[in-house]
Design a protein around this ligand. Sequence first.
Ligand code: PEP
Ligand code: MN
Length: 346
Amino acid sequence: MLVVMSHNATKADIERVCDTIRSMGYSAAPMPGKQRTTVGLIGNDGAVDESLVADLPGVAQVIHVSNPYKQVSREWKPENTVVSIAPGVNFGGEEIPVIAGPCSVESERQIVESARAVRAAGAVALRGGAYKPRSSPYSFQGLGKKGLEFLATAKRETGLAIVTEAMDDEGAHQVAEVADCIQIGARNMQNYSLLKTVGRIGKPVLLKRGMAATIQDLLLSAEYVLSEGNPHVILCERGLRSFDSTARNLFDLTAIPIVHQLSHLPIIADPSHGTGRRDKILPMSRAAIAAGADGVIIEVHPQPEKALSDGAQSLNPEQFAELMKALRRVAEAVDRQMAGAGAEVT
Ligand code: PEP
Ligand code: MN
């Protein structure tokens, strides 16, 4: 439930509404806006009796949030949320940042070389998993702590923001020491204990859609993070399992305008996992930007044929530089611009 205060409501009126909500056994979240303050009621699972607050002084309107997710919904917050993961790296604004790098951190040399290459082409954040959720326990599982150290080196060398995955509660704290944004992978989208942990850590979170998750499931998972007091969530469409094996996944670009309608959170696209095929990354990145994506995350490897994971969907640095040029044109066509346009080399 949302209690919209009138524009001339006093501080005492707002405090009285908050106290009343608390006395009903819920939490109150006052959200000052440009024109008026709105007080959100948090903690209900079902209808709330509005009669105790509706007639309090200064209350203009009571809105019942119809969706099961509350704080992530547009009803709760009409204006877009901009999530900043590092100075100048903002998701959800006019600029479109690109996160790029290998699927996995494989060595110091590989990650630093990748970082230099993607930065030169205009990426503003570096991706790379130190902890890898692999379908097979016999596949490369990532370098763990060593991988995080190599990411820290790559950050020192290039200044790029770091986006890397956490797979469990303990790992999340380690990842948080190095990452500017903690990635929660598709396989962990409904790991509620991990979602609460990253909610409490408070760092920006990149939440990837599960491969069989509905958009409502995705938004409810984001709600877990927000409900712990962390509003810095970037959603990510990364493709769904389908019956068709011609691509790795079914890349659901419709999710982008749908999420924009339902939620104020930014949503980015991952055409690398979305398609699984190197030659499909360019057209689907363009399509994602045209559909309104607030960023893209792309797998780039200095030598894709030697990659320890996801080589088939990784671009080499030259292909990535070409992609960045193409994306600048598409962004312009939809009245936006790519972040980091001042890349040194193109
Ligand atoms: C990844 O980003 O390398 C990854 C494992 O992605 P997803 O969780 O979307 O499969
Ligand atoms: Mn990958």
